[in-house]
Ligand binder design. Structure first.
Ligand code: FAD
Length: 416
């Protein structure tokens, strides 16, 4: 279908999958991603295979990113936000583009900028080898942005790829349909009594994913050494009446068990406990994987009360053991909080602008999308990568049918 163009807001696995599916119908897309790196949450995940594939989906995100970047009909815009959409006959949009300090054409990903930078966290590293440029400057931490006192990265870059004086830009365009694929926000556990933000060895499952991806193994952030004892705490920010987050995040049980089993295979001396309400076994093969993991991990049906650091610098957890009907204490080197999925802040903004209805939990209601406006992925509610990709295919088909029905001669185009 030529001369049709679709705006996709959000460059996670759902947005990328919609763009690739629309490309198969020869529909051009513009993918607007607010962060510096495409791939959303999924591109930060590590492969959980130890001896065989456990279908975690991490490689799917990598593959979608690679294919979408190579497709001439998919135009990517990173570090960008859609700040206006108006509908006339088509949709007219305006994109605000943050300054791009690194030139992707010149950057060779050598890492000199990051090595020489004196400000902690000022130069962020991409997660995938497909991220180009591989580095991005965080304005809030950069000393040049603060008071012009440092330009070491620019001076040291052997390719002259860094321009610290870059300015923001705006770009406008017209499209025939809009897909909102802004994903989800991970729960912030700072207010939970688990010492997150206070004790370096209390991390989230998202941070563990990044650690496994970066280091290739698990370590205690406080010492850099391998932990001997680890605990996963499930349902942090999900199924929580006090927070009014009553929904199950659907992916955390599978994600925690796959990570735990990968660690167990790779670092077999690690003793791993899983604190849970009940284990959700979504997905075709997960039931048997769960059975297998029961042989190797300790499953404790309890929600921990709190976590403190004891005199040995270990994390001490208090919990009520429902099976033994008594309060207990346990000590761990590392605690992983399985934080839940919640609606993305940006979605409520788009839902107002585009008149998209929200479910009572704040996710998108897929059935009632407006004419020419569609949603895809976890913006519709908690879902895994496979479901996000499958749903993106359905969304692309709905977009194609809409464009064919309203703007093209019926039956004049067919998917390849
Ligand atoms: C800790 C954790 C572990 C998980 N592990 C697994 C696993 O092992 N296997 C699995 O299948 N699933 C897993 N999931 C679920 C998986 O993350 C989701 O299925 C997947 O990320 C959904 O993709 P998405 O594109 O819908 O959303 P996201 O990945 O959230 O991507 C949305 C994108 O939209 C961008 N965006 C947001 N707002 C805007 C805006 N206003 N303008 C432009 N861009 C915007 C975001 O920056 C982001 O890049 C896990 C989830 C969590 C929290």
């Amino acid at each position: 279908m030529e001369n049709k163009k679709v705006l996709i807001i959000g460059g996670g696995v759902a947005g990328l999958s919609v763009s690739l599916a629309l490309a198969r119908y020869r529909i051009e897309t513009v993918v607007v991603e607010k962060s510096d790196f495409l791939g959303g949450h999924g591109i930060q995940f590590s492969c959980k295979a130890a001896d065989q594939c456990v279908k975690c989906g991490a490689c799917v995100v990598e593959e979608k990113l690679k294919l979408a970047l190579a497709h001439p009909g998919i135009h990517m815009m990173t570090g960008c936000r859609v700040d206006r959409i108006q509908r006339n006959r088509r949709f007219h949009y305006r994109v605000h583009r943050s300054p791009h300090y690194m030139d992707p054409q010149k950057c060779t990903d050598c890492g000199t900028c990051r090595e020489i930078c004196p400000a902690d966290g000022a130069i962020r590293r991409g997660y995938s080898a497909h991220h180009s440029p591989f580095f991005a400057i965080r304005e809030t931490a950069c000393l040049y942005m603060k008071d012009r006192s440092c330009a070491k990265c620019r001076d040291a870059c052997p390719e002259g790829a860094i321009t610290l004086e870059a300015e923001p830009e705006t770009e406008t365009g017209e499209v025939d349909a809009v897909v909102v694929a802004t994903g989800f926000k991970a729960f912030d556990p700072a207010d939970k009594p688990y010492g997150y933000g206070m004790f370096p060895d209390v991390v989230t499952n998202l941070e563990l994913e990044r650690m496994l991806r970066r280091e290739g193994r698990v370590i205690r952030p406080s010492t850099g050494e391998a932990p001997h004892t680890m605990a996963f705490v499930q349902c942090v920010g999900s199924r929580d009446g006090k927070l009014n987050h009553l929904w199950c995040s659907k992916v955390c049980c599978a994600s925690a068990l796959r990570m735990a089993m990968r660690i167990k295979r790779q670092q077999p001396d690690t003793d791993i406990s899983v604190f849970y309400i009940d284990i959700q076994t979504f997905g075709r093969d997960f039931e048997s994987f769960y059975k297998e993991s029961r042989e190797e991990l300790h499953f404790i049906r309890a929600i921990p009360g709190d976590i403190v650091r004891n005199e040995h610098q270990n994390l001490q957890m208090t919990f009520f053991n429902n099976e033994e009907h008594r309060s207990m204490d346990a000590e761990f080197d590392l605690v992983v909080l399985s934080i839940g999925i919640q609606p993305c802040d940006d979605f409520s903004k788009f839902s107002r602008t585009l008149a998209l209805p929200l479910s009572e939990n704040g996710f998108a209601l897929p059935a009632e999308e407006g004419p020419g406006i569609f949603t895809a992925g976890a913006v519709q509610g908690p879902m895994g990568i496979a479901e996000s990709v499958a749903g993106a295919g359905d969304t692309a088909w709905a977009v194609y049918s809409y464009l064919r029905g309203t703007h093209a001669t019926s039956g004049s185009e067919a998917p390849e």
